[in-house]
Ligand binder design. Structure first.
Ligand SMILES: [Fe+2]
Length: 411
Protein backbone atom coordinates (compact mmCIF):
# COMPACT_ATOMS: atom_id res chain seq x y z
CA UNK A 1 0.00 0.00 0.00
CA UNK A 2 1.18 3.51 -0.79
CA UNK A 3 2.62 4.79 2.48
CA UNK A 4 1.66 8.36 1.61
CA UNK A 5 -2.01 7.52 1.41
CA UNK A 6 -4.06 8.89 4.31
CA UNK A 7 -5.93 5.58 4.33
CA UNK A 8 -2.80 3.73 5.44
CA UNK A 9 -2.73 5.71 8.67
CA UNK A 10 -5.57 4.04 10.48
CA UNK A 11 -4.44 5.49 13.83
CA UNK A 12 -5.08 8.96 12.51
CA UNK A 13 -8.47 7.76 11.31
CA UNK A 14 -9.24 6.31 14.79
CA UNK A 15 -8.44 9.66 16.32
CA UNK A 16 -10.57 11.60 13.85
CA UNK A 17 -13.39 9.07 14.12
CA UNK A 18 -13.45 9.40 17.93
CA UNK A 19 -13.19 13.20 17.80
CA UNK A 20 -16.04 13.45 15.30
CA UNK A 21 -18.34 11.11 17.22
CA UNK A 22 -17.63 13.08 20.42
CA UNK A 23 -18.27 16.42 18.70
CA UNK A 24 -21.79 15.23 17.83
CA UNK A 25 -22.51 14.33 21.45
CA UNK A 26 -20.99 17.61 22.66
CA UNK A 27 -23.34 19.60 20.42
CA UNK A 28 -26.22 17.86 22.21
CA UNK A 29 -24.89 18.16 25.77
CA UNK A 30 -27.15 21.09 26.76
CA UNK A 31 -30.33 19.50 25.37
CA UNK A 32 -33.06 18.15 27.64
CA UNK A 33 -34.49 14.71 26.81
CA UNK A 34 -37.65 16.33 25.39
CA UNK A 35 -35.58 18.40 22.92
CA UNK A 36 -34.23 15.23 21.32
CA UNK A 37 -37.61 14.09 20.02
CA UNK A 38 -39.21 17.26 18.58
CA UNK A 39 -39.66 17.73 14.83
CA UNK A 40 -40.74 21.38 14.54
CA UNK A 41 -41.37 21.22 10.76
CA UNK A 42 -41.44 18.41 8.21
CA UNK A 43 -37.94 19.33 6.98
CA UNK A 44 -36.45 19.34 10.51
CA UNK A 45 -35.07 16.12 11.99
CA UNK A 46 -35.20 15.42 15.73
CA UNK A 47 -31.68 15.40 17.28
CA UNK A 48 -32.30 11.78 18.30
CA UNK A 49 -32.71 10.85 14.64
CA UNK A 50 -29.39 12.51 13.68
CA UNK A 51 -27.63 10.47 16.40
CA UNK A 52 -29.13 7.27 15.01
CA UNK A 53 -28.76 8.07 11.32
CA UNK A 54 -25.04 8.91 11.46
CA UNK A 55 -24.54 5.64 13.35
CA UNK A 56 -26.59 3.67 10.82
CA UNK A 57 -24.35 5.08 8.06
CA UNK A 58 -21.31 3.49 9.75
CA UNK A 59 -23.29 0.29 10.27
CA UNK A 60 -24.00 0.12 6.52
CA UNK A 61 -20.25 0.42 5.89
CA UNK A 62 -19.44 -2.39 8.33
CA UNK A 63 -22.15 -4.59 6.82
CA UNK A 64 -20.28 -4.60 3.53
CA UNK A 65 -17.28 -6.22 5.15
CA UNK A 66 -18.78 -8.49 7.81
CA UNK A 67 -22.56 -8.85 7.92
CA UNK A 68 -22.52 -11.06 11.02
CA UNK A 69 -21.04 -8.42 13.31
CA UNK A 70 -23.97 -6.04 13.03
CA UNK A 71 -26.85 -8.49 13.23
CA UNK A 72 -27.94 -7.04 16.57
CA UNK A 73 -29.24 -3.86 14.90
CA UNK A 74 -30.26 -5.34 11.56
CA UNK A 75 -33.59 -3.44 11.46
CA UNK A 76 -32.20 0.03 12.19
CA UNK A 77 -32.29 1.01 8.49
CA UNK A 78 -36.08 1.08 8.64
CA UNK A 79 -35.86 4.16 10.89
CA UNK A 80 -32.46 5.66 10.20
CA UNK A 81 -32.06 5.31 6.43
CA UNK A 82 -32.62 8.84 5.10
CA UNK A 83 -32.98 8.50 1.34
CA UNK A 84 -30.93 5.53 0.05
CA UNK A 85 -33.70 3.86 -1.95
CA UNK A 86 -31.53 0.93 -3.01
CA UNK A 87 -31.15 -0.07 0.64
CA UNK A 88 -34.87 -0.67 1.08
CA UNK A 89 -37.97 0.98 2.52
CA UNK A 90 -37.48 3.57 5.22
CA UNK A 91 -39.44 5.79 7.58
CA UNK A 92 -41.17 8.91 6.21
CA UNK A 93 -38.88 11.93 6.70
CA UNK A 94 -41.79 14.18 7.70
CA UNK A 95 -42.80 11.80 10.51
CA UNK A 96 -39.50 11.29 12.31
CA UNK A 97 -40.83 13.30 15.27
CA UNK A 98 -43.68 10.92 16.11
CA UNK A 99 -41.36 8.12 17.21
CA UNK A 100 -40.90 7.91 20.97
CA UNK A 101 -38.88 4.69 20.50
CA UNK A 102 -36.03 3.89 20.32
CA UNK A 103 -35.46 6.08 23.37
CA UNK A 104 -32.57 8.51 23.63
CA UNK A 105 -30.72 6.06 25.89
CA UNK A 106 -31.25 3.25 23.38
CA UNK A 107 -29.87 5.42 20.57
CA UNK A 108 -26.82 6.24 22.70
CA UNK A 109 -26.24 2.50 23.35
CA UNK A 110 -26.55 1.88 19.60
CA UNK A 111 -23.91 4.54 18.97
CA UNK A 112 -21.55 2.92 21.47
CA UNK A 113 -22.07 -0.55 19.96
CA UNK A 114 -21.25 0.59 16.40
CA UNK A 115 -18.38 2.83 17.61
CA UNK A 116 -16.68 -0.17 19.20
CA UNK A 117 -17.02 -2.17 15.97
CA UNK A 118 -15.57 0.65 13.87
CA UNK A 119 -12.60 1.05 16.24
CA UNK A 120 -12.05 -2.71 16.15
CA UNK A 121 -12.04 -2.57 12.33
CA UNK A 122 -9.61 0.34 12.25
CA UNK A 123 -7.22 -1.44 14.58
CA UNK A 124 -6.99 -4.59 12.46
CA UNK A 125 -3.69 -5.14 10.69
CA UNK A 126 -5.28 -6.32 7.47
CA UNK A 127 -7.74 -3.45 7.06
CA UNK A 128 -9.48 -3.13 3.76
CA UNK A 129 -8.61 0.06 1.89
CA UNK A 130 -12.11 0.50 0.45
CA UNK A 131 -13.61 0.12 3.92
CA UNK A 132 -11.31 2.83 5.23
CA UNK A 133 -12.32 5.15 2.41
CA UNK A 134 -15.94 4.67 3.37
CA UNK A 135 -15.14 5.33 7.03
CA UNK A 136 -13.48 8.57 5.91
CA UNK A 137 -16.71 9.40 4.06
CA UNK A 138 -18.67 8.45 7.20
CA UNK A 139 -16.64 10.98 9.23
CA UNK A 140 -17.40 13.76 6.71
CA UNK A 141 -21.03 12.67 6.58
CA UNK A 142 -21.23 13.02 10.37
CA UNK A 143 -19.61 16.47 10.22
CA UNK A 144 -22.29 17.50 7.73
CA UNK A 145 -24.90 16.29 10.17
CA UNK A 146 -23.30 18.28 12.98
CA UNK A 147 -24.14 21.45 11.09
CA UNK A 148 -27.62 20.08 10.36
CA UNK A 149 -28.00 19.33 14.07
CA UNK A 150 -27.20 22.93 14.97
CA UNK A 151 -29.66 24.16 12.31
CA UNK A 152 -32.39 21.81 13.54
CA UNK A 153 -31.76 22.44 17.26
CA UNK A 154 -31.98 26.19 16.64
CA UNK A 155 -35.34 25.74 14.90
CA UNK A 156 -36.61 23.41 17.65
CA UNK A 157 -35.59 25.69 20.55
CA UNK A 158 -36.99 28.76 18.73
CA UNK A 159 -40.50 27.30 19.04
CA UNK A 160 -40.44 27.71 22.83
CA UNK A 161 -42.05 30.83 24.26
CA UNK A 162 -38.99 31.80 26.29
CA UNK A 163 -36.51 31.31 23.40
CA UNK A 164 -33.94 29.23 25.31
CA UNK A 165 -30.25 29.44 24.43
CA UNK A 166 -28.30 26.35 23.43
CA UNK A 167 -25.10 27.94 24.72
CA UNK A 168 -24.72 30.71 27.29
CA UNK A 169 -21.70 32.21 25.58
CA UNK A 170 -20.70 35.81 25.14
CA UNK A 171 -21.64 37.75 22.04
CA UNK A 172 -18.29 38.29 20.39
CA UNK A 173 -17.77 41.21 18.07
CA UNK A 174 -17.85 40.18 14.44
CA UNK A 175 -15.56 41.76 11.89
CA UNK A 176 -17.53 41.96 8.67
CA UNK A 177 -15.23 42.75 5.78
CA UNK A 178 -15.91 45.62 3.44
CA UNK A 179 -13.38 44.79 0.71
CA UNK A 180 -14.09 43.25 -2.70
CA UNK A 181 -12.33 40.58 -4.76
CA UNK A 182 -11.76 41.67 -8.35
CA UNK A 183 -11.93 39.06 -11.08
CA UNK A 184 -10.12 39.58 -14.37
CA UNK A 185 -11.64 38.23 -17.56
CA UNK A 186 -10.15 34.90 -18.52
CA UNK A 187 -9.99 31.16 -18.09
CA UNK A 188 -10.04 29.68 -14.56
CA UNK A 189 -9.80 26.18 -13.13
CA UNK A 190 -12.75 25.29 -10.94
CA UNK A 191 -13.47 22.17 -8.89
CA UNK A 192 -11.50 19.59 -6.97
CA UNK A 193 -8.68 17.75 -8.70
CA UNK A 194 -9.44 14.06 -8.35
CA UNK A 195 -6.73 13.02 -5.99
CA UNK A 196 -6.61 9.86 -3.94
CA UNK A 197 -4.69 11.60 -1.14
CA UNK A 198 -7.41 14.10 -0.28
CA UNK A 199 -11.03 13.60 0.55
CA UNK A 200 -13.72 15.40 -1.44
CA UNK A 201 -17.33 14.73 -2.38
CA UNK A 202 -18.08 13.45 -5.86
CA UNK A 203 -19.97 16.64 -6.82
CA UNK A 204 -16.79 18.80 -6.53
CA UNK A 205 -15.05 17.03 -9.41
CA UNK A 206 -13.68 16.93 -12.02
CA UNK A 207 -11.60 20.08 -12.04
CA UNK A 208 -12.46 21.91 -15.26
CA UNK A 209 -11.98 25.21 -17.08
CA UNK A 210 -14.53 28.01 -16.94
CA UNK A 211 -14.46 31.43 -18.56
CA UNK A 212 -15.16 34.36 -16.25
CA UNK A 213 -15.83 37.97 -17.17
CA UNK A 214 -14.54 41.03 -15.38
CA UNK A 215 -16.47 41.45 -12.16
CA UNK A 216 -16.15 42.02 -8.43
CA UNK A 217 -17.54 40.08 -5.48
CA UNK A 218 -17.89 41.32 -1.90
CA UNK A 219 -15.72 39.63 0.73
CA UNK A 220 -18.15 40.59 3.50
CA UNK A 221 -21.85 39.82 3.87
CA UNK A 222 -24.90 42.05 3.65
CA UNK A 223 -25.59 43.22 7.23
CA UNK A 224 -28.78 43.22 9.29
CA UNK A 225 -28.74 47.02 9.00
CA UNK A 226 -28.67 46.90 5.20
CA UNK A 227 -31.40 44.27 5.16
CA UNK A 228 -33.52 46.41 7.50
CA UNK A 229 -33.35 49.21 4.89
CA UNK A 230 -34.76 46.72 2.36
CA UNK A 231 -37.62 45.95 4.76
CA UNK A 232 -38.22 49.61 5.61
CA UNK A 233 -38.39 50.31 1.87
CA UNK A 234 -41.42 47.96 1.89
CA UNK A 235 -39.73 45.40 -0.36
CA UNK A 236 -41.70 42.51 1.19
CA UNK A 237 -44.86 44.36 0.14
CA UNK A 238 -44.17 44.94 -3.56
CA UNK A 239 -43.20 42.48 -6.29
CA UNK A 240 -40.74 44.70 -8.24
CA UNK A 241 -37.46 43.05 -7.21
CA UNK A 242 -38.69 39.49 -6.68
CA UNK A 243 -38.47 36.51 -8.99
CA UNK A 244 -41.97 35.39 -9.90
CA UNK A 245 -41.70 32.20 -7.81
CA UNK A 246 -40.18 34.24 -5.00
CA UNK A 247 -43.08 36.68 -4.93
CA UNK A 248 -45.55 33.77 -4.89
CA UNK A 249 -43.62 32.39 -1.88
CA UNK A 250 -43.72 35.76 -0.05
CA UNK A 251 -47.46 36.08 -0.60
CA UNK A 252 -48.34 32.47 0.20
CA UNK A 253 -46.36 32.35 3.45
CA UNK A 254 -46.80 36.03 4.38
CA UNK A 255 -43.02 36.40 4.69
CA UNK A 256 -42.03 39.80 6.08
CA UNK A 257 -38.55 39.37 7.59
CA UNK A 258 -35.66 36.88 7.90
CA UNK A 259 -36.57 33.62 9.64
CA UNK A 260 -35.35 34.38 13.17
CA UNK A 261 -36.16 38.10 13.34
CA UNK A 262 -38.79 38.91 15.90
CA UNK A 263 -40.62 42.28 16.21
CA UNK A 264 -41.32 42.84 19.91
CA UNK A 265 -44.32 45.12 20.07
CA UNK A 266 -43.87 46.44 23.59
CA UNK A 267 -40.28 47.50 22.84
CA UNK A 268 -41.06 48.57 19.26
CA UNK A 269 -37.79 46.90 18.29
CA UNK A 270 -36.43 44.02 16.23
CA UNK A 271 -34.86 41.10 18.07
CA UNK A 272 -33.01 38.14 16.61
CA UNK A 273 -32.94 34.59 17.89
CA UNK A 274 -29.46 33.05 17.91
CA UNK A 275 -28.00 29.92 19.47
CA UNK A 276 -27.29 32.22 22.44
CA UNK A 277 -30.99 33.11 22.83
CA UNK A 278 -33.05 36.17 21.86
CA UNK A 279 -31.14 39.47 21.56
CA UNK A 280 -31.74 42.93 20.17
CA UNK A 281 -30.96 42.91 16.46
CA UNK A 282 -27.32 43.87 15.95
CA UNK A 283 -27.30 45.97 12.79
CA UNK A 284 -23.58 45.40 12.17
CA UNK A 285 -23.80 41.60 11.96
CA UNK A 286 -24.37 39.74 8.69
CA UNK A 287 -28.01 38.99 7.95
CA UNK A 288 -28.58 35.23 8.12
CA UNK A 289 -31.25 32.58 7.49
CA UNK A 290 -32.04 34.06 4.10
CA UNK A 291 -33.71 32.16 1.25
CA UNK A 292 -32.46 32.28 -2.32
CA UNK A 293 -35.58 34.29 -3.16
CA UNK A 294 -34.75 36.92 -0.51
CA UNK A 295 -31.05 37.02 -1.48
CA UNK A 296 -31.96 37.52 -5.13
CA UNK A 297 -34.51 40.27 -4.36
CA UNK A 298 -32.07 42.09 -2.06
CA UNK A 299 -29.30 41.94 -4.68
CA UNK A 300 -31.57 43.37 -7.35
CA UNK A 301 -32.93 46.10 -5.05
CA UNK A 302 -29.39 47.20 -4.14
CA UNK A 303 -28.17 47.36 -7.74
CA UNK A 304 -26.05 44.21 -7.63
CA UNK A 305 -26.49 40.53 -8.48
CA UNK A 306 -25.66 37.26 -6.75
CA UNK A 307 -22.25 35.79 -7.63
CA UNK A 308 -22.04 32.61 -9.68
CA UNK A 309 -20.55 29.60 -7.93
CA UNK A 310 -17.43 29.87 -10.11
CA UNK A 311 -16.88 33.51 -9.11
CA UNK A 312 -17.46 32.55 -5.48
CA UNK A 313 -14.91 29.73 -5.60
CA UNK A 314 -12.31 32.06 -7.10
CA UNK A 315 -12.93 34.68 -4.39
CA UNK A 316 -12.53 32.03 -1.65
CA UNK A 317 -9.15 31.09 -3.11
CA UNK A 318 -8.02 34.73 -2.73
CA UNK A 319 -9.05 35.23 0.90
CA UNK A 320 -8.41 33.63 4.28
CA UNK A 321 -11.07 31.47 5.89
CA UNK A 322 -12.95 32.33 9.08
CA UNK A 323 -14.00 28.74 9.75
CA UNK A 324 -13.19 27.25 13.17
CA UNK A 325 -12.00 23.86 14.35
CA UNK A 326 -14.36 23.51 17.28
CA UNK A 327 -18.02 24.28 17.76
CA UNK A 328 -17.80 26.29 20.98
CA UNK A 329 -15.45 28.76 19.32
CA UNK A 330 -17.75 28.77 16.32
CA UNK A 331 -20.92 29.56 18.28
CA UNK A 332 -19.13 32.54 19.83
CA UNK A 333 -19.00 34.11 16.40
CA UNK A 334 -22.35 32.90 15.07
CA UNK A 335 -22.93 34.69 11.79
CA UNK A 336 -19.30 35.63 11.07
CA UNK A 337 -19.13 33.03 8.32
CA UNK A 338 -22.25 32.03 6.39
CA UNK A 339 -23.04 29.98 3.34
CA UNK A 340 -23.46 32.47 0.50
CA UNK A 341 -26.16 31.95 -2.08
CA UNK A 342 -25.01 31.82 -5.67
CA UNK A 343 -27.08 32.28 -8.81
CA UNK A 344 -25.91 28.84 -10.03
CA UNK A 345 -28.23 25.87 -10.31
CA UNK A 346 -26.88 22.73 -8.67
CA UNK A 347 -25.74 20.73 -11.69
CA UNK A 348 -23.08 18.13 -12.49
CA UNK A 349 -19.68 19.36 -13.64
CA UNK A 350 -18.56 18.21 -17.12
CA UNK A 351 -17.41 14.58 -16.74
CA UNK A 352 -19.03 14.16 -13.30
CA UNK A 353 -19.04 10.63 -11.89
CA UNK A 354 -21.10 9.65 -8.87
CA UNK A 355 -19.59 7.75 -5.96
CA UNK A 356 -19.78 3.99 -6.44
CA UNK A 357 -21.58 1.49 -4.25
CA UNK A 358 -24.31 2.26 -1.73
CA UNK A 359 -23.21 5.92 -1.57
CA UNK A 360 -24.02 6.43 -5.25
CA UNK A 361 -27.18 8.20 -4.04
CA UNK A 362 -25.24 10.67 -1.85
CA UNK A 363 -25.24 13.77 -4.11
CA UNK A 364 -26.06 13.30 -7.79
CA UNK A 365 -29.76 12.57 -7.50
CA UNK A 366 -30.38 16.00 -5.92
CA UNK A 367 -29.20 17.90 -9.00
CA UNK A 368 -32.60 19.32 -9.83
CA UNK A 369 -34.33 22.55 -8.77
CA UNK A 370 -31.75 23.52 -6.16
CA UNK A 371 -29.18 26.32 -5.96
CA UNK A 372 -25.56 26.18 -4.86
CA UNK A 373 -24.26 27.88 -1.71
CA UNK A 374 -20.54 28.37 -1.14
CA UNK A 375 -18.03 29.25 1.53
CA UNK A 376 -19.07 27.28 4.62
CA UNK A 377 -20.72 28.75 7.72
CA UNK A 378 -19.44 29.23 11.28
CA UNK A 379 -21.00 25.79 11.93
CA UNK A 380 -18.90 24.11 9.24
CA UNK A 381 -15.68 22.78 10.74
CA UNK A 382 -12.46 23.80 9.02
CA UNK A 383 -11.41 20.14 8.75
CA UNK A 384 -14.62 19.42 6.83
CA UNK A 385 -14.32 22.25 4.34
CA UNK A 386 -12.64 22.91 1.00
CA UNK A 387 -12.95 25.96 -1.28
CA UNK A 388 -14.49 23.62 -3.87
CA UNK A 389 -17.26 22.51 -1.44
CA UNK A 390 -20.76 22.78 -2.97
CA UNK A 391 -23.73 23.02 -0.65
CA UNK A 392 -27.24 23.11 -2.14
CA UNK A 393 -30.77 23.93 -1.06
CA UNK A 394 -34.15 24.69 -2.55
CA UNK A 395 -34.73 28.40 -3.22
CA UNK A 396 -37.36 28.84 -0.47
CA UNK A 397 -35.34 27.13 2.29
CA UNK A 398 -33.75 29.32 4.94
CA UNK A 399 -33.21 27.44 8.17
CA UNK A 400 -29.58 26.88 7.21
CA UNK A 401 -26.89 29.43 8.11
CA UNK A 402 -27.17 31.30 4.81
CA UNK A 403 -26.32 34.90 3.93
CA UNK A 404 -25.72 37.25 1.02
CA UNK A 405 -22.57 38.28 -0.79
CA UNK A 406 -23.01 40.64 -3.74
CA UNK A 407 -21.40 40.76 -7.18
CA UNK A 408 -21.24 43.27 -10.03
CA UNK A 409 -20.15 43.12 -13.65
CA UNK A 410 -17.31 45.50 -14.44
CA UNK A 411 -17.45 45.63 -18.21
FE1 LIG B 1 -27.11 11.75 6.10
Amino acid sequence: MNSKSQYSHSNDLVERFNATRNDTLNICENLETEDFVIQSESFISPPKWHLGHTTWFFQEILKRYDEKIVEKYSSSGAIYNSYYKKLGDHWDQSKRGILSRPTVDEVLSYRKFIDDLIIETLQKDNFNKDCLKLIELGIHHEQQHQELLLMDIKHILFQNIDYPALYETKNNKIENETSWTHIDEGLYQIGHEINKQKFSYDNESPMHNVYLYQSKISNGFVTNGQFLEFINDNQYLKPDCWLSLGWDWVEKHKVSSPLYWNWIKKDEEWYEYTLRGLHKLDLTRPVSHISYFEASAFAKWSGYRLPTENEYEYSLSQNSSHLKENYLEAINIEGQALWGWTSSSYEPYPGYKEFEGFVKEYNGKFMCQQYVLRGGSFATLKSHFRNTYRNFYHPEQRWMFSGIKLAKDLN
